[in-house]
Ligand binder design. Structure first.
Ligand code: PLP
Length: 372
């Protein structure tokens, strides 16, 4: 495998230095929590090798809401990132074919590239509201297609795919003897609609991936998971995990279990915060002369772009925004898009920080956007 660093990781806020950023609108998560927010006593915790699949009480907590899933359908991993790596490296080889929706979380494109498998990319269009073109996915199927890869709720647009869309992709996977990967890392950030079932509940051809990183604001404990009802495949995933790390950090698992046990205490205030910030940013876009957006439906990010009637020096825009205003957003190239697109995260900042960050962006746009 040949690994390449991705721009989104090279330029990530934690790599730039959090102390250089005042208004961080580049994050796709909630604000990070601290150990002091938790009431956990670690004194009796034995630092042994944990159960390889993940401690069973955590796997139980992960599928608590499901009537269909059991803890045996869950493999705990070091964040959703490792889960996605395990899925790609287990299923794909250089002889296999992948259909992947773009934009997507970088790993979902970059690991398949490192594997050197054949890839058909289906680009989502702003004009169609980032809807997945099912016909394009169907036409891309080949005999050697092993995986179709999507993110729902979608990063970076915040689009929530309908159950009809998910079902159409499941049918495609079932008919063509391949798997559907649904990266559901933002699942618990459904702030407008009731929580949907894991896609893996709907078919044993589906692999769901999620984590505590985004919705609980706990990316520093590296806990994510894979869910699938395909037991043979889960055994292969377990073999991969055992070769990567054997088990997870038992400390991380204890914290993740605590978070899931106390889910309403953490998630409900997060939803209130998101709704408040969402209302603000929605108003900001309604009055916005330069940018247009597809209103997000879930998660904490949106993916606006410069209106076609304007042009802008994007190099200057992002440099001045950061250097003069200590404000960052996620520029389009993080998502293999034109840099006139940008991802704006509205869940991580406080309301005041969001207001100030959007104001900085407005000042830069006022200065730099030129009518065509
Ligand atoms: C869609 C998506 N999947 C996976 C990840 C990785 O998350 P984790 O911190 O759980 O590894 C991210 C992080 O940005 C993401 O946006």
């Amino acid at each position: 495998m040949r690994y390449a660093r991705m721009p989104i990781e090279i330029e990530a806020p934690e790599e730039k230095g959090y102390n250089t950023i005042r208004y961080n609108l580049a994050e796709s998560s909630m604000r990070d929590i601290s150990l002091k927010d938790l009431d956990i006593d670690f004194k009796e915790l034995v630092l042994f090798y944990g159960e390889h699949r993940g401690v069973v009480k955590l796997r139980q907590a992960i599928i608590e809401d499901s009537k269909v899933l059991s803890p045996d359908d869950v493999l705990v991993t070091a964040g959703a990132a490792t889960a996605l790596f395990i899925v790609a490296t287990t299923i794909l080889s250089s002889e296999d074919h992948l259909i992947v929706i773009r934009p997507n979380y970088g790993t979902n494109l970059e690991t398949p590239r490192a594997i050197n498998c054949q890839i058909s990319i289906i680009d989502l269009g702003f004009e169609t509201g980032f809807e997945i073109d099912i016909d394009a996915a169907r036409n891309a199927i080949r005999p050697e297609t092993r995986l179709i890869s999507i993110t729902n709720p979608h990063n970076p647009s915040g689009k929530l795919y309908s159950q009809d869309t998910i079902q159409a992709l499941i049918s495609l996977a079932e008919k063509n003897n391949c798997h559907l990967l649904v990266d559901e890392t933002y699942r618990d950030l459904n702030f407008q609609t009731p929580l949907l079932p894991y896609a893996a509940e709907l078919s044993d051809r589906v692999i769901s991936v999620s984590s505590v990183s985004k919705s609980f604001g706990a990316p520093g404990i590296r806990i994510g998971w894979i869910i699938s009802r395909d037991r043979e495949l889960m055994n292969d995933f377990l073999a991969a995990k055992e070769q990567i790390s054997l088990c997870n950090s038992v400390v991380d698992e204890e914290i993740a279990w605590y978070l899931l046990q106390n889910k309403p205490r953490f998630i409900q205030p997060n939803h209130v915060h998101i709704r408040t910030n969402f209302a603000y940013i929605k108003g900001w876009f309604a009055a916005q002369p330069y940018l247009e957006w597809v209103e997000p439906q879930a998660g904490v990010v949106c993916f606006p772009r410069l209106k076609a009637s304007y042009t802008i020096d994007t190099e200057k825009l992002y440099t001045i925004l950061y250097e003069r205003f200590a404000t960052i957003v996620g520029p389009g190239h993080w998502f293999e898009r034109d840099r006139t697109y940008m991802r704006i995260g509205f869940g991580y900042p406080s309301l005041d920080e969001l207001k100030a960050g959007l104001h900085s962006l407005q000042v830069c746009l006022n200065d730099l956007a030129v009518k065509k």
